[in-house]
Design a binder for this molecule. Structure first.
Ligand code: AMP
Ligand code: MG
Length: 500
């Protein structure tokens, strides 16, 4: 293990002295290309950074205010001793084999260990071209960087396994998309950047030895509990299946649609990665398509569990030289069961119940929400206020006129059942409030943060929204409640696509 204490190039001090442990490099150059970030002709400026993510890599709070921070976390000032690299991977995009992809606009500038010895990759997204950029410019626009930044931290606060985001730095260099847009670099912290597509890459190139090497690396680095076990490959694949099933169960429970579940966007550790045209449900529509470029609805909200299994099958093909087929099949066959068990438990928790038989109440509620056009997040959050008449009225008002009488009947049924198992409604409400977020990163909310920054240089609104979505279970102030609401009329039809 190489551990050094690097500092920003020119002025040595302790602010950026992290515990560097560049493990991925030990795999050798078949797995990456070492290269420096592109130079900018402008001086980057910090848009937002957060102490919670900083703490994960042992970066002290004062480092965020350090004048060198924007330069370091846009790739302009190297951390001494660190050697940035872009990883190679391939993948299936929208169900088709796409061949080699790789980090086209992401550079891992280093891997560091925190005080708990946990390993984190520090990755700059939007820092310039790499050998894997294909036709892209290696850049990211401010808009998509703010979305990734907010969503990473929001998901973490919701308890979903995810990559994290340290900062957004505006490059002050223009980036050409459909129009000219301001550029930015978002710094991601990832437990690992290794994707299903890494394994597919070497399998489809006919290099099973490299597949084996990569599997050994992942097991060794991220599954120390499997160290030395004879059937560690089987157990590893099985763990990937479980983690993926649980990740997607979480997505479904909170009403999150990823939008681009290509195999190159699937983390081998079961973390949510690559926030692009994602969306949170407003009115409950199981067929919700958040990615405007998804013309066949492949990645619609309710298809996500099936797609996760499809992606695991693609991974299975890629690792079958390492994991016996019988073991692979046994794991894949239990995917649905694992997904359903976790999903059902999360959903029952959202309505304050735990017994398996209570899943029927969940199913019936979801059917009413769909028919009644009820807002997904508010249907659960406000259910916890229905012990009083004003709360009952507010909750049933979420459903359209046609469905409202049935919603009242469902509420009566639910209250009878709650009364049977919980003598104290106050405790039920606390339980539900800890599971039903008031503030999710609705598209219109993310867009409000983006417009404030882009149009008015107003970081205060971004900061306010950041605080709300990263403490999503708190009530906050009556003035904040507007950001818990469905989209206002003018922001109902926002379109988000892969272009970012
Ligand atoms: P995504 O749809 O964001 O998962 O990206 C798919 C592939 O395209 C990955 O290999 C990305 O690195 C690459 N890519 C996306 N945008 C760009 C860009 N602006 N410049 C270079 N490569 C990109
Ligand atoms: Mg990607």
């Amino acid at each position: 293990m190489t551990v050094s204490s690097p500092v920003a190039a020119d002025r040595p001090d302790e602010a950026f002295a992290l515990r560097h442990d560049p493990r991925y490099r030990t795999l050798g150059e078949a797995f990456f290309t070492a290269l420096a970030p592109d130079r900018l002709s402008t001086s980057p400026v910090l848009v937002h950074a957060n102490t919670r993510a900083a703490a994960l890599i042992g970066l002290p709070e004062h480092a965020l205010a350090d004048p060198r921070f924007p330069s370091i976390f846009s790739g302009q000032t190297p951390l001494q001793g660190y050697e940035p690299l872009a990883m190679v991977y391939s993948g299936h995009q929208f169900g088709q084999w796409a061949g080699q992809l790789g980090d086209g606009r992401a550079l891992t500038i280093g891997q560091v260990r925190n005080a708990d010895d946990a390993l984190w990759d520090i990755q700059l997204k939007g820092a310039g071209k790499t050998p894997y950029s294909r036709f892209g410019d290696g850049r990211a626009v401010l808009r998509s960087s703010i979305r990734e930044y907010l969503c990473s931290e929001a998901m973490a606060a919701l308890g979903v396994p995810t990559t994290r985001a340290l900062s957004v730095v505006a490059t002050r260099s223009p980036v050409l998309r459909e129009t000219v847009e301001p550029g930015a670099v978002v710094t991601r912290l990832m437990r690992s950047n290794i994707r299903f597509g890494h394994f597919e890459h070497f399998h489809h190139r006919g290099e099973p030895d490299r597949v084996r090497e990569l599997a050994a690396f992942v097991i060794d680095t991220y599954h120390p509990e499997l160290d030395g076990l004879a059937d560690r490959h089987r157990l590893w694949f099985d763990a990937v299946v479980t983690r993926t099933a649980h990740m997607v169960a979480h997505w479904q429970a909170i009403g999150f649609a990823h939008g681009v579940m290509n195999t190159d966007n699937m983390s081998i550790l079961g973390d949510t990665i690559d926030y692009g045209p994602f969306g949170f449900l407003d009115a409950f529509d199981p067929g919700f398509i958040c990615n405007h470029s998804d013309h066949t609805a492949r990645y619609a909200f309710d298809r996500q569990p099936a797609i996760a299994l499809w992606n695991l099958q693609a991974l299975a093909v890629a690792v079958h030289s390492v994991v016996p087929w019988d073991d692979i099949n046994a794991s894949l066959q239990s995917f649905v069961e694992r997904f359903v068990a976790r999903y059902a438990a999360l959903m029952r928790g959202k309505i304050g119940l735990a017994a398996e038989e209570d899943s029927e109440l969940v199913t019936d509620l979801l059917a009413l929400m769909r028919r009644g056009g009820a807002d997904y997040s508010l249907s659960f959050r406000l259910l916890g206020t229905t012990d009083e008449n004003p709360g009952r009225a507010r909750w049933t008002a979420l459903f359209n006129d046609e469905v409202r009488p049935a919603a009242f009947r469902w509420l009566d049924r639910w209250q009878v059942r709650i009364g049977e198992v919980h003598p104290d409604f106050g405790a039920v409400r606390a339980h539900m409030d800890a599971r039903n977020a008031k503030f999710v990163l609705r598209n219109w909310v993310a867009e409000s943060a983006i417009r404030a920054v882009e149009d008015h240089g107003d970081v205060a609104t971004l900061d306010r929204i950041f605080r709300l979505v990263t403490t999503p279970f708190a009530e906050h102030t009556p003035a904040d409640a507007m950001f818990a609401a469905p989209p206002p009329e003018a922001m109902r039809d926002l379109e988000v696509s892969c272009s970012s």
